[in-house]
Design a protein around this ligand. Structure first.
Ligand code: BV8
Length: 256
């Protein structure tokens, strides 16, 4: 895989890199993206119709079971070489801010720290009325269990469409996008707001925006470099080209 020399220089000289990831980074771990058709029982549902407060109010059991299915799927998934390369990148540049739209926790399982989760994390649950965090519940198969503290139904600790993003997470992501000297958008369709506006905070300051996505997106025309490859292939190869070291990252054995 060849890379423009300018891209390697940007990576080597960057003082503060911001990486924004989307569902595409987890695709090679077997976690379907929002654009991919869902499988089996869920094939007939549109995720963006299920990931809303209205859907939960209308049919809490259906939405709760959808997230239970996704929790199982994520629990069986493993971080892929793209996640591992991003975890390694933190030790190769002076400062890395990793911002994710993903809710699967795979960046953390790959070793990334201080991950900014713009849309929450489906491995955590909280109650609907007060946001009481709840880590375990009896599996009755009868839809969302009641909160042990206040009795209101449990929901996943994610940001649904129509809900505001966590204030601190969005603030930290905006601050980093406004301060960085290299921005990378990886595995995102660049459609979901306000996350999709983060790259422009860098682009407006003539900071190079690098995109890694097999498909073109609304961001592609504005990218200083667009690598049309899967993240799990491009990221290890890019780090090896820029910093040396192995390009064939295998889970759990990446160099410190
Ligand atoms: C909000 C958690 C205030 C739930 C998610 C301004 C303009 C227009 C619309 C809006 C706007 N402001 C707000 C909106 C409405 C809405 C929105 O953006 N709608 C879109 C669809 C137009 N935004 C909101 O509601 C946000 N809230 O702004 O609050 C407000 C409130 C009300 C009204 C106005 C304002 C909340 C958004 C968060 C929603 N929650 N997730 C859950 O997951 O169950 S978003 C969800 O979608 C996931 O997080 C996922 O990340 C995201 C989809 O985006 P991507 O990550 O990019 O994934 P996608 O599948 O789309 O694309 C994958 C990409 O990967 C593809 O391009 C593919 O080519 C690529 N790919 C595939 N394989 C690979 C790969 N890339 C690399 N390697 C590979 N191997």
């Amino acid at each position: 895989m060849d890379f423009p020399p300018s891209l390697l220089d940007w990576l080597r000289q960057a003082k503060h890199v911001v990486v924004l990831t989307g569902a595409g980074v987890s695709a090679e771990s077997g976690v379907p993206t929002f654009r991919q058709a869902q499988t089996g029982l869920w094939a007939r549902y549109d995720p963006s119709e299920l990931a809303t407060p209205d859907a939960f109010r209308r049919d809490p059991k259906l939405v709760w079971e959808w997230y239970a299915w996704r929790r199982q799927l994520v629990a069986r998934a493993e971080p892929n070489p793209g996640h591992l390369a991003l975890a390694r990148l933190a030790s190769l540049v002076p400062r890395l801010t990793l911002v994710t739209q993903n809710v699967d926790g795979l960046h953390q399982r790959a070793g990334s720290r201080d991950v900014i989760e713009l849309h929450g994390n489906l491995t955590r649950s909280k109650c609907l009325d007060h946001g009481h965090p709840v880590s375990g519940w009896p599996d009755t198969g009868e839809g969302p269990p009641p909160c042990p503290r206040c009795g209101s139904p449990l929901r996943p600790d994610v940001v649904w469409f129509g809900e505001s993003l966590p204030y601190e997470a969005l603030g930290a992501a905006l601050a980093a996008a406004r301060a960085c000297d290299l921005f990378m958008a990886i595995g995102t369709s660049a459609l979901v707001q306000p996350a999709a506006s983060l790259p422009s905070q860098a682009h407006e300051r003539r900071v190079p925006v690098v995109e890694i996505n097999p498909q073109a997106t609304p961001l592609t025309p504005h990218a200083a470099a667009a690598l049309a490859y899967p993240a799990g292939e491009a990221l290890p190869a890019l780090l090896a080209a820029a910093f040396g070291g192995s390009s064939g990252e295998t889970p759990g054995t990446h160099p410190p």
